[in-house]
Design a protein around this ligand. Structure first.
Ligand code: PXP
Length: 309
């Protein structure tokens, strides 16, 4: 039998066999299914009908795959600073650290009672944040004026009650139609390109959000995050999925946030389609207290983006 050595031309039969083996290996790889990924309805995942597996992982360039943006909420840094009426920790410095560690942008909420973020923070954040800046606000006149002055990339309108510890639920867009009809166009006039309404995944609210002229919704993920059984969490994830589908159909860009963390994010991502952006604060800041801001942000980036790679 003739032996084939390196450098020699391969006999055609051998080459054909090699090619066949390579093809068989590729087919085996493609057919390896991943049920938790396949169960989701994510239209972002391009599927080949016979392969039963999102092709995303096989695409050579990551840029071809829609990736969820991660915006970090830095309000809790300001809460800690204000607790001792000190100058540190500075939320502006924290924002820079978050961006250096890979966050796509920064979120803050200027509350009517200024309990955490102050006007000084807003002005400095507007000057220093290099990525996307998301200004969360109520429809209160003075806060709307400040938002118009700094003209962030995104303004997210949220409900606000002074006695709440954090935002407790979505905005009642239906009940606030009249006020939103004034505020939404005002924000666009101030060159805010994206105006988002923070809503529960309720069809009537999403429909009203689309009618308000806003071009985004942020789906409230609090009920999903707080669900105390796996079954309840899955049910909430499916409600969010239906909400995201409805918002997308209505032409709205879909954002999400509240209570998302390192553990619950994978189920959220596998179930809820069309999510362009998430806003996450508490989980990252809580981890940052123990391991430092940069590792905490990097871990969240890996959680949000890593599984899309
Ligand atoms: N989105 C909105 C509208 C919020 O009010 C908050 C809380 O400040 C978040 C997202 C972030 O929530 P969490 O701090 O639980 O991650």
């Amino acid at each position: 039998m003739t032996r084939w050595c390196a450098g020699q031309k391969r006999p055609p039969a051998f080459t054909r066999l090699l090619r066949l083996l390579r093809l068989l290996r590729l087919l085996r790889l493609l057919r390896r299914t991943s049920p938790e990924v396949c169960d989701g309805e994510d239209k972002n995942k391009i599927r080949l009908p016979v392969l039963k597996r999102p092709i995303n992982a096989l695409l050579p360039f990551r840029s071809a795959v829609p990736v969820t943006n991660l915006l970090i909420n830095i309000d809790h840094v300001a809460t800690l600073r204000n607790a001792r009426q000190e100058a540190v920790p500075d939320p502006v410095a924290a924002a820079a650290r978050c961006e250096q560690a890979g966050a796509d942008g920064i979120v803050f909420h200027l509350r009517e009672d200024r309990r955490h973020i102050t006007e000084r923070d807003v002005r400095l954040l507007a000057e220093t944040v290099r990525g996307k800046l998301d200004f969360e606000l109520s429809t209160e006149a003075e806060v709307v004026s400040i938002c118009c002055d700094v003209s962030p990339d995104l303004a997210t309108l949220v409900p606000e009650r002074r006695e709440e510890v954090t935002t407790e639920g979505g905005l009642d867009v239906v009940a606030n139609r009249a006020r939103l009809a004034e505020v939404v166009p005002r924000l666009y006039d101030a060159d805010v390109e994206q105006v988002s309404l923070f809503v529960d995944p309720v069809p009537a609210q999403i429909e009203a959000a689309a009618e308000s002229g806003a071009n985004c919704v942020e789906l409230h993920t609090g009920d999903f995050a707080e669900a105390d059984t796996d079954a309840a969490r899955r049910e909430e994830a499916h409600r969010l999925a239906a909400g995201a589908e409805a918002a997308h159909e209505a032409g709205l860009r879909v954002h999400a946030g509240h209570g998302l963390d390192y553990n619950n994010f994978p189920l959220f991502q596998d179930t809820v389609p069309h999510v362009a952006e998430v806003s996450i604060g508490f989980a990252v800041m809580a981890r940052a207290m123990l391991v430092g801001m940069s590792p905490a942000v990097r871990d969240m980036c890996a959680t949000v983006k890593g599984r899309r790679a």
